[in-house]
Design a protein around this ligand. Structure first.
Ligand SMILES: NC(=O)c1ccc[n+]([C@@H]2O[C@H](COP(=O)([O-])OP(=O)(O)OC[C@H]3O[C@@H](n4cnc5c(N)ncnc54)[C@H](O)[C@@H]3O)[C@@H](O)[C@H]2O)c1
Length: 257
């Protein structure tokens, strides 16, 4: 049970926060954490049932429901329409969390040009277009924060999902490019790179006792990294406490990489 208590940043109250893939996993921890700061949260996800349940839970806990829009992020026009709907309903977006991804396993042999394009579309392409679409809104606000979810996976060279690794490695470059492009607008852009995080999906699909042994041997801290640990870093990066942080990669992996 993830019972991590978030820090409190009063400057996040009433900020409009847009989260991709905010309906489950680490994304759900982001949705909860920003809703807990009394931010106005809008999120998109392809998983409609999980997202609706999360909205109902947060509504029950806080009295305010985040705005959920069903959207497949491989469709950039649908993403742009969702961002516009969130702008109309919640106001100009001041914080963007580019979180959605899919870590489906695949062999080198299985990768065709079409599969490559689809994996890049699900794991990184939407991040560029979400940033491009919200930048004018952040400009109007006098600044903003963009957080791109990277990973340590390519640093530890994990085999079995090469295109995902490439996409995750590219996010370090995407962040640095966007930080330069948008810096003069007061927009900060950072990568947040988790290690092995104990989400329900990871536990169900991949986290065997053998894998946990490997992770614990690699980590300096012999403890599980939880979704709330990643959300705590996102709150910090979105807040004024991080006002001089941009173009960097913030790793939360208990010292594994
Ligand atoms: N869990 C980990 O150990 C770990 C480690 C390193 C990096 N990360 C990164 O953290 C982020 C979140 O990871 P997670 O483990 O919570 O992932 P997850 O797969 O559990 O959740 C991702 C969310 O994105 C949504 N999504 C997937 N494809 C989509 C699409 N086409 N359109 C709209 N929504 C879509 C999913 O429905 C889900 O809600 C990802 O960027 C991931 O690469 C996770």
């Amino acid at each position: 049970m993830d019972t991590g208590r978030p820090a409190s940043y009063s400057g996040l109250a009433d900020k409009t926060v847009f989260i991709t893939g905010g309906g489950s996993g680490i994304g759900a921890a982001f949705t909860r954490a920003f809703a807990g700061q009394r931010a106005r949260v809008g999120f998109v996800d392809i998983a409609e049932d999980a997202s609706q349940s999360l909205v109902a839970e947060i509504q029950k806990e806080t009295g305010t429901a985040p705005l959920f829009i069903a959207c497949d992020l491989r469709d950039i026009a649908a993403l742009q329409a969702a961002i516009e709907k969130i702008r109309i309903e919640l106001g100009d977006i001041g914080v963007l969390i580019n979180n959605a991804a899919n870590d489906e396993r695949h062999t080198m042999e299985r990768v065709t040009p079409a599969y490559w394009d689809e994996r890049i579309a699900v794991n990184v392409r939407h991040m560029f277009f979400a940033a491009q679409t919200v930048a004018p809104q952040m400009k109007r606000l006098g600044g903003g924060a963009i957080i791109n979810l990277g990973s340590i996976i390519w640093r530890v060279k994990q085999p079995g999902l090469p295109v995902y690794n490439v996409a995750k490695a590219s996010i370090t470059g995407l962040t640095r490019v966007l930080a330069r492009e948008f810096g003069h607008l007061g927009i900060r852009v950072n990568t947040l790179s988790p290690g092995a995080v104990w989400t329900e999906r990871q536990i169900k699909l991949w986290y065997t006792p053998e894998f946990e042994k490997e992770v614990m041997a690699g980590q300096c801290l012999k403890t599980r990294v939880l979704p709330s640990d990643i959300a705590n870093m996102a709150l910090f990066l979105a807040s004024e406490a991080a006002e001089k942080c941009t173009a960097q990669d913030f790793i939360v992996d208990a010292g594994w990489s």
